[in-house]
Design a protein around this ligand. Sequence first.
Ligand SMILES: O=C(O)CCC(=O)C(=O)O
Ligand SMILES: [Fe+2]
Length: 369
Amino acid sequence: MPTPTPSLPIIDFAKIIAPTISRSPNALAESAAEKKRLFDAFVSVGFVYLRNHSIPAFATANLFAHAKTFFALPVEEKAKVETGESKAFHGWFSPQRTSGDTTHSDQKEAFDVGDDNDPTRPNQWPALEGEEGRKWSEAFRSDMNFFFERCHDVHLVLLRALASQVQGVDEAFFEPFVDNKDHFFRVIYYPETTRGSFAQRQRAGAHTDYGTLTLLFNDQSGGLQVRTASGEYVDAPPIEGCAIINVGDLLARWFNDRLRSTEHRVVSPSPRPDENGVIPEVVPARYAIAWFGHPNRDALVEPLEACCTAENPKKYGPVTAGQHVVERLAYLHKKGKNTDAWTDDMQRDANGAKALEGHGGQGRVAVAA
Ligand SMILES: O=C(O)CCC(=O)C(=O)O
Ligand SMILES: [Fe+2]
């Protein structure tokens, strides 16, 4: 059977970083070409598959195994690390909490951490009892932290590659804006469900991500769809060994929307008939690992002058990254939707709003800087 053409461009991370380990002129030329392909893909689609991303396969496999263990724990155990208005910022999002409006919201639960060294937002980690429980709890924490750091490193390389494509902008431009590691790292569990259930509720409603770049690692379940420039949704099935990377709102804003922060959603996976040719009504559970890169909470995000031209005049004023996320989620909460392009008018409209949860995506508010 011919391999289907992938719906998103595939970028080779190994080519991008090759000149750091090779002096060959070929490596330099290939790296420059691949950075340009990355930039162009983010202009046209906002999403890419990243191959050879340098995060070891064992690290991803470990996290999927930990996610299965964590989400299978009794509710009382997960409740010990639950997040909530009066509770810690990071932790377990119960299905109730990710489903403020149970008729339309996402069918999922999640576990979130940030930088484990950030004393202002301490993480909550499960602490199971007994020798085995203790070992698992330690491994979960150290494997999550390892993965968090590797994603930060990959994201830095990608930000450098993007900055290098804009004339007059230093390659290292973004680095001082992301050095606090104010990222969100989330494992997501979409429980087993039925095909019929999708008529009412998706696994993740259409949304854009809020930050710089998202690094997404999917299991084999399928269901992720990405909205193309023509407005249609295309399937973005998992490709072995590839991560999926997409642009978030704040990075798009920095590039004055030259880069696209693209809507995406998780819907019923494409039907796979069983051996009798019948499409099973039961849709198995799905797991995902999503690392949401974010600028420092106090980073002032303002369109790069080089991206503001007569054809594409400056669209946004300055905003701190923390404030942007608060306002955006508050607005979504108020309007009950999250599919609009974000504009300064909407931001003004949202000013002062205090709601804490949104739909789809991170569905979580950041404390303003
Ligand atoms: O589960 C997925 O494949 C995507 C999840 C997602 O887009 C998000 O949580 O922002
Ligand atoms: Fe997302």
